[in-house]
Design a protein around this ligand. Structure first.
Ligand SMILES: NC(=O)c1ccc[n+]([C@@H]2O[C@H](COP(=O)([O-])OP(=O)(O)OC[C@H]3O[C@@H](n4cnc5c(N)ncnc54)[C@H](O)[C@@H]3O)[C@@H](O)[C@H]2O)c1
Length: 143
């Protein structure tokens, strides 16, 4: 099935786990994808696994916790794709899952990446998304 034929999608966290699996699935279904991740090694792994779809895949090293990195990373993705139809926010970090054992710096880092980072990516993507007719934003969360 080619449900995403010619759809242009930016996927954060594309170097591992859910984000990488989403990159591979959308490529299999005809999409054009930019995989963004803070980890160059993760992106290299995705490049290897997506070798068969290399003509429809680009990479961008982007730290979603850093505003300037997001501004330039999203702009680069829009340029590479020639527009933008969807954003998948799969980048995220997990620290201690026990509140009573969580330090303030750890909690602040989680908020910085998982919440503020997701906001920054959406904010920067909105102008390009609004140029299309069927834009979508997908965010991954947790319990
Ligand atoms: N796997 C699960 O069972 C599960 C359950 C609930 C929620 N989630 C959430 O889904 C999302 C993805 O989970 P996953 O299991 O695929 O995690 P993962 O650790 O395998 O992948 C996360 C990716 O995000 C990247 N990343 C981390 N910080 C970043 C940053 N500052 N900028 C850009 N990229 C960054 C990492 O390098 C990694 O490639 C996370 O937000 C996670 O909290 C996962």
């Amino acid at each position: 099935m080619n449900r995403y034929e010619n759809r242009r999608v930016l996927i954060t966290g594309g170097g591992s786990g859910i984000g990488q699996a989403t990159v591979l699935r959308l490529l299999q279904e005809g999409g054009h994808v930019v995989a963004a991740d803070v980890s160059p090694a993760g992106l290299a792994d995705t490049t290897d696994k997506a070798e068969a779809f290399a003509n429809r895949l680009s990479m961008v090293v982007m730290d979603i916790g850093d505003e300037q990195s997001v501004v330039s990373g999203v702009a680069g993705a829009v340029t590479a794709l020639g527009g933008l139809d969807a954003v998948v926010n799969a980048a995220g970090i997990l620290r201690s899952s026990h509140t009573e054992k969580t330090s303030l710096p750890d909690f602040e880092q989680v908020i910085r990446i998982n919440l503020i980072g997701t906001f920054l990516v959406i904010r920067e993507a909105i102008p390009a998304l609004l140029e299309g007719r069927e834009a979508a934003v997908v965010n991954f969360s947790s319990t």
